[in-house]
Design a protein around this ligand. Sequence first.
Ligand code: AP5
Ligand code: MG
Ligand code: ZN
Length: 218
Amino acid sequence: MRLVLLGPPGAGKGTQAKVLSKEYNIPHISTGDILRETVKAKTPIGLKAKVFMDKGELVPDDVVIEMVAQRVAKPDCEKGFMLDGFPRTAAQAEALDATLTRLNRPIDMVLFFKTSVGTIVQRLSGRRVCRNCAENYHVKNIPPKVDGKCDKCGSELYQRDDDKEETVLYRIKVYDKTVPEIVNYYENKGALRTICGDFDVDEAHDYLSKLFVKEGLK
Ligand code: AP5
Ligand code: MG
Ligand code: ZN
């Protein structure tokens, strides 16, 4: 099962990918999570990426393209993978196709989470993330059992720097400028499947499970 999850900030890509990754035992590759790790580790890439991420701008294509090319070539991607937040530009989509063709690991399906702006703002203003394991929570929708602590590892939860309202609105603008082109790209290839991003977590999961069965994906 080789999937791409497309959708605006707060669409629930990361939340669904984490569940599916466990269920199907395939890696969840989130370029946002990988970049946040490099920022935390203060690597040269991280220091460069932070400037873009804090503003809600896209990190330059060459950085993310190389990152993903290395990741999908790893042995644990032989059984499949889920790309979350990549590709986001036409150049990234083309580079991904070239890499996956070379590896003989083509994409099976692209899931597009079509989401309303009201949902995006509500979700991102309440999102909390685990500093240690990157698990996602929401103060109202998906609260942790103990306030401010991760259910999985007990570490502290924090609010992402780019979840400030003004940055969220800017990220939506960036999304509107870049991603519709990718949606068309995959639609023309016949790979696109649209899911309502406003579904609650279980509804979205049920919808996807049924879709995978219908389309013969395992
Ligand atoms: P990234 O981390 O990818 O952020 P994003 O695309 O803006 O997406 P989000 O992570 O905000 O949303 P999500 O869809 O994963 O939602 P989630 O499941 O967390 O990218 C961050 C930055 O990195 C970019 O701005 C850019 O600078 C850089 N970057 C990353 N990839 C790049 C690329 N390819 N090229 C260039 N730059 C790149 O859910 C959100 C909240 O809602 C959570 O609180 C969750 O608990 C809750 N929730 C989730 N689902 C539901 C539901 N169904 N019902 C109710 N609540 C829900
Ligand atoms: Mg995410
Ligand atoms: Zn944790």
